[in-house]
Design a protein around this ligand. Structure first.
Ligand code: ATP
Ligand code: MG
Length: 426
């Protein structure tokens, strides 16, 4: 599905509000989209909150234009077509009881004010009335937006204890908008950071993904540390912290360097950012990517990418010293752009200069058959020479490949001669 067009999405949200109003219900833009517009940013999507119940929302828009996947907690999705995308319309609700530290036990339909009060942070608790072009603020969110403060709505200790995921959300929003976390909210997080593991691994990983791929990632990691969340989500990072791990001076340097490398990454994927975060820890405690793969349930693809970036950092940073067949195999493998992006940030921070990276880029700019020429022989050729597929077969092909890449042989004939000379067939 193509990404909706922001103008069409907004227009459609206004139309959704209009139709609910015409049918006699209250309806408002709610949450993140109001915050983003007040900050002058383009919202990722629009959410509408209304006094209509899920059934009434479905009556207004008709079954064909709605999806009821979230109906049990009061959300109906209204479909606006390719350009406008879809909008979640949620009944004003109040969450009743949080016994598991993550999910409300039940939801009750209620007023706009109560719906604002159940939301997590003041900047996320605003409504916008598109007809009267007016903010409706029950929680002091506008003032906090102006002052750059991330503050829990209501009693911070209680709000954090209801749902521990809010601890990571607080860091994510404070980093993203470069806001300060209000002192009482931060204290509530620090007091409950140990309980983060109540949140599912997938949700923790999803928040870490947001924090680490956003341009504010270095501050995000710093805030995780200050909030006491880093030592829970990534206890191995303690080794980089001055009070604990390696010698204090060395640890401080390693920690600061890690943050600066993170900051230098240019629009990184999650795997690139993880590699930057883990590289020093990995030196002291090998096996980090695997551990995070288990802990955060990363995809195999992502875990292998992190391990690969860490393994291939040195070959890239010393590219000119590398035997060409070895470097060539790294450069023609998938994710090479990410690898080079990651190594660029490291090289800048370590003041290597860019010569090695430029060398790799120059190789990558060569025509396809110069950097990756067709192999001179295949497994079929080996079979014809009397070799049978099995252990050693692949090594033999690779050895011939090395000779080709090094320029020692240039034709199929020469390749076959090499095989006959060095590995007499049985
Ligand atoms: P983003 O731009 O990252 O999507 P958002 O503010 O839209 O930010 P969502 O996770 O999409 O965040 O949630 C939409 C709204 O629902 C939030 O603005 C907030 O009001 C409310 N909300 C979401 N998660 C929670 C939570 N765990 N506790 C309380 N309120 C929440
Ligand atoms: Mg959202």
């Amino acid at each position: 599905m193509s990404r909706p067009d922001p103008t069409a999405a907004r227009q459609f949200a206004i139309e959704v509000v209009g139709r609910l109003r015409t049918a006699g219900f209250e309806a408002l833009f709610a949450g993140g989209c109001v915050r983003d517009e007040l900050l002058g940013n383009v919202p990722k999507d629009y959410d509408v909150a209304t006094s209509a119940t899920p059934e009434q929302i479905q009556e207004v828009f008709g079954r064909r234009q709605t999806l009821a996947i979230g109906a049990s907690f009061g959300v109906i999705t209204v479909l606006g077509g390719n350009r406008a995308g879809q909008i979640d319309v949620a009944t004003f609700r109040q969450d009743a009881g949080y016994s598991d530290g993550r999910h409300p036990d039940a939801v009750r339909f209620t007023t706009a004010e109560q719906d604002a009060l159940r939301r997590d942070f003041t900047i996320n608790g605003l409504f916008w009335d598109p007809a009267e072009r007016r903010v409706i603020d029950f929680v002091g969110g506008q003032e906090d937006l102006r002052r750059g403060i991330l503050r829990a709505i209501g009693d911070p200790r209680q709000r954090i204890s209801e749902d521990k995921l809010r601890m990571l959300r607080a860091v994510r929003f404070a980093a993203r908008f470069d806001f300060q976390i209000d002192a009482a909210t931060l204290a509530a997080i620090q007091a409950q950071a140990r309980e983060l593991p109540i949140v599912s691994a997938e949700r923790i990983a999803a928040e870490m993904r947001h924090i680490l791929t956003h341009a504010s990632r270095a501050r995000g990691v710093m805030l995780l540390y200050e909030a006491g969340l880093l030592e829970v989500a990534l206890p191995e990072a303690a080794i980089l912290q001055p009070e604990l791990g390696i010698g204090a001076a060395e640890a401080r340097l390693a920690w600061e360097r890690t943050l600066r490398i993170l900051q230098r990454l240019d629009r990184p994927t999650f795997a690139m950012a993880l590699a930057a975060l883990l590289r020093k820890i990995e030196l002291l405690q090998p096996g980090m990517p695997r551990r995070l793969f288990d802990r955060w349930k990363l995809s195999t693809d992502e875990f292998e990418a992190v391990a690969k970036f860490l393994r291939e950092e040195l070959p890239i940073r010393q590219a000119k010293l590398m035997p060409w067949p070895e470097l060539q195999r790294i450069l023609i493998a998938p994710r090479v752009e990410e690898l080079l992006g990651y190594c660029t940030a490291v090289a800048e921070e370590c003041e290597d200069g860019m010569a090695e990276i430029d060398f790799c880029r120059a190789k990558l700019a060569l025509p396809a058959d110069a950097i990756n020429p067709r192999p001179l022989i295949t497994g079929e050729d080996l079979k014809r020479l009397g070799f049978s597929p099995g252990p050693g077969f692949r090594d033999l092909l690779e050895a011939v490949r090395d000779a080709q890449l090094e320029g020692r042989i240039a034709t199929t004939e020469e390749a076959l001669d090499l095989v006959k000379e060095q590995w007499p067939a049985r």
